[in-house]
Design a protein around this ligand. Structure first.
Ligand SMILES: Nc1ncnc2c1ncn2[C@@H]1O[C@H](COP(=O)(O)OP(=O)(O)O)[C@@H](O)[C@H]1O
Ligand SMILES: [Mg+2]
Length: 234
């Protein structure tokens, strides 16, 4: 099967620090792929490279059959790459509804709109007129995912979505991701919470010091005890 998104040979720097070394990954349409690896392994930098927020010095990015190497972030977004960053970036002085509306992307329509997004997030339905800044961490995480869906992405990128969330909210997030997946959404996420990652993903890419050191199905990952002990704090 042709991947909907693939990256190869990415070398990314912050200033003079070489962070990604020939990083690559592939995402098949409809699948959920999870990047795992210790803190500082390069997961966020990989996402920033895919979006071209931190442009790689070399490498190639192909999205929906088109070479997108070097395209600016807003163009990647318009082509359907939706990114939910680690720090969430909810607009505090705007209501939940306004935050969602700001997720719309010119020229992108589909099944996601205010009604269908709210239908997916019952908690948000009860607080559409509340200010974004007054929401709990879990509610804000749901809101950022809802906002990204408003742009009708072809691939949804979630950077450590469970970070800092209580177990109850993590369970809710798991149901949400599984539901999106059931509906055919293609998801690329990163996680420190391995249990969560394995419960929602089809395949796993393990990163260590800026490189992909394992790439395979969840099944193959589960059977590879040495990868788990070498590269993850499990
Ligand atoms: N803005 C930045 N400037 C310089 N170094 C950075 C910056 N952001 C991240 N790094 C470094 O890049 C490496 C990879 O970080 P990151 O991609 O955030 O890893 P992860 O998301 O896996 O925790 C780390 O060594 C980190 O310290
Ligand atoms: Mg990160």
């Amino acid at each position: 099967m042709n991947p909907i998104l693939s990256a190869s040979g990415l070398n990314t720097f912050y200033g003079r620090s070489h962070i990604l070394f020939d990083m690559g990954l592939e995402v098949i349409q409809g699948e959920t792929v999870c990047l795992v690896g210790r803190n500082g392994a390069g997961k966020t930098t990989t996402f920033r490279s895919l979006m071209n927020l931190t442009p790689p010095k070399s490498g190639r990015i192909v999205f929906q059959g088109r070479d997108c190497t070097g395209l600016p972030p807003y163009k990647m977004a318009r082509l359907g790459l939706g990114f939910v960053p680690e720090d969430r970036r909810i607009l505090g002085p705007f209501t939940v509804r306004e935050n969602l509306e700001m997720g719309m992307i010119q020229g992108r329509s589909g099944r996601w709109n205010i009604e269908s997004v709210l239908e997916c997030f019952p908690t948000l339905t009860r607080m559409t007129e509340r200010m974004g800044g007054s929401l709990s961490g879990g509610e804000q995480q749901m809101l950022t995912i809802g906002r990204a869906l408003m742009g009708n992405p072809e691939v949804l990128i979630l950077d450590e979505p469970t970070e800092g969330l209580s177990p109850v909210i993590v369970a809710e997030l798991k149901q949400l991701v599984l539901r999106l997946k059931d509906q055919g959404t293609t998801i690329l996420l990163s996680e420190q919470n391995i249990r969560f990652a394995l419960s929602v993903s089809d395949s796993v890419v393990v990163m260590d010091r800026g490189r992909a050191v394992f790439s395979g199905t969840v099944e193959a990952f589960r059977q590879d005890a040495s990868v788990q002990s070498r590269y993850l704090a499990v």
